[in-house]
Design a protein around this ligand. Structure first.
Ligand SMILES: [Zn+2]
Length: 345
């Protein structure tokens, strides 16, 4: 039996209205492949944190500046990748007026597609849906000082020179970039998923390659998934995971290891941290995880399988939306109206 088949009993068959204690935690390391920019107002976001968790170790207890990847910088690109897939399968539409039209993050979001229901929406008085994907700021493993560089960009005009109509263009940008191979250990959590919802969110994680800033041609990152755990509660934070990993590498005497060693170490640390959590868990690491990821990749390489899963997921989120979602109050009103009409006859 495949790993996914074996896991199926762990999922809901429909999205429940209330949180019912099924959490799927995905442990991953976000790994920069070029020069992403995660900044607000021209500077990269940083935070001063303790390097590790061991107060008896000199290196671990020192404070260091870390790069911060805010929650929105992680989840937005993943949502967009998922939304693109839904459109490519014809499940949602970008054409206003069509029944399955959905506009991201606006009053015109459809409130029923997998993106709206799983990642949530909030549109003023038109109702809201809480996200079922929990994420938080991620912190660089290495200090800010060795993880960034400021580049000056000359932005030439369309004719390729720095002058236009005889005047010198002044569009010179100084941008603070994250360097390649900076690691951001993270935990992304999915609450109460169906099997199809899990495939959707996991797919978005492994298929998203560009993060950060307004830059479209830089910012490639790779998400290395190192473990998955099915738990009945929430677990440790991104910062805790990062600090525990810092200690593990510090104990080995080297913070710079190959990505393969690093993945191995991250998986070991995630497993150890989980052992200390007051939750029940079913964990997937190592060869079993590799097999699962291969199966998920296989689904995304096969249009028939992919279409079947995404169509089923769309039906699930639509049913959820009609039963409990933001469409609910409107539907309720309609029903009330019908009932009143009925009683007055
Ligand atoms: Zn939608």
């Amino acid at each position: 039996m495949s790993v996914l088949e074996e896991l199926k009993p762990q999922f809901h068959s429909a999205f429940p209205r209330l949180a019912s204690g099924k959490y799927v935690h995905v442990f991953l390391v976000r790994h920069s492949q070029s020069f992403p920019v995660f900044q607000t107002d021209g500077v990269l976001n940083t935070a001063r944190t303790q390097a590790g968790l061991d107060s008896k170790d000199d290196k671990s207890r020192q404070s260091i500046n870390r790069l911060v990847m805010f929650k929105r910088k992680q989840v937005t690109p993943e949502r967009l990748v998922g939304r693109q897939l839904l459109r490519s399968l014809g499940l949602t539409s970008a054409v206003e007026g069509e029944v399955n039209f959905c506009e991201y993050n606006s009053q015109k979001s459809c409130k029923k597609c997998p993106d709206c229901i799983i990642y949530g929406f909030g549109v003023g008085d038109k109702g809201a849906e809480r996200s079922k994907v929990y994420s938080d700021s991620a912190f660089s493993l290495s200090p800010y000082e060795t993880s960034h560089r400021s580049f000056t960009f000359n932005a030439p005009s369309e004719n390729g020179t720095m002058s236009e109509k005889g005047e010198l263009r002044s569009s010179i940008n100084d941008l603070d970039h994250v360097l390649p191979e900076v690691m951001f250990p993270s935990v992304e959590t999915l609450r109460d998923p169906t099997f199809e919802g899990f495939i959707y969110v996991l797919g978005n994680l492994i298929r998203t390659r560009r993060y950060g800033g307004q830059e479209s041609r830089t910012g490639t990152m790779m998400n290395h998934i190192v473990g998955i755990a099915f738990c009945d509660g929430e677990v440790f934070s991104n910062l805790y995971f990062t600090q525990a990993l810092y200690d593990a590498l510090n104990a080995k005497g080297d913070i710079c290891v190959t990505i393969e060693d690093f993945r191995h170490e991250a998986a070991r640390v995630a497993k150890n941290c989980l052992k200390q959590e007051p939750v029940r868990s079913i964990t997937i690491f190592g060869a079993e995880l590799d097999a699962l990821l291969e199966e998920v990749t296989g689904i995304y390489q096969d249009e028939v399988k992919q279409r079947l899963i995404m169509t089923t997921l769309y039906q699930q989120t639509q049913i959820y939306s009609e039963s409990y979602g933001a469409i609910f109050p409107e539907k309720k009103k309609e029903e009330k109206k019908k009932a009143q009409q009925g009683s007055s006859i």
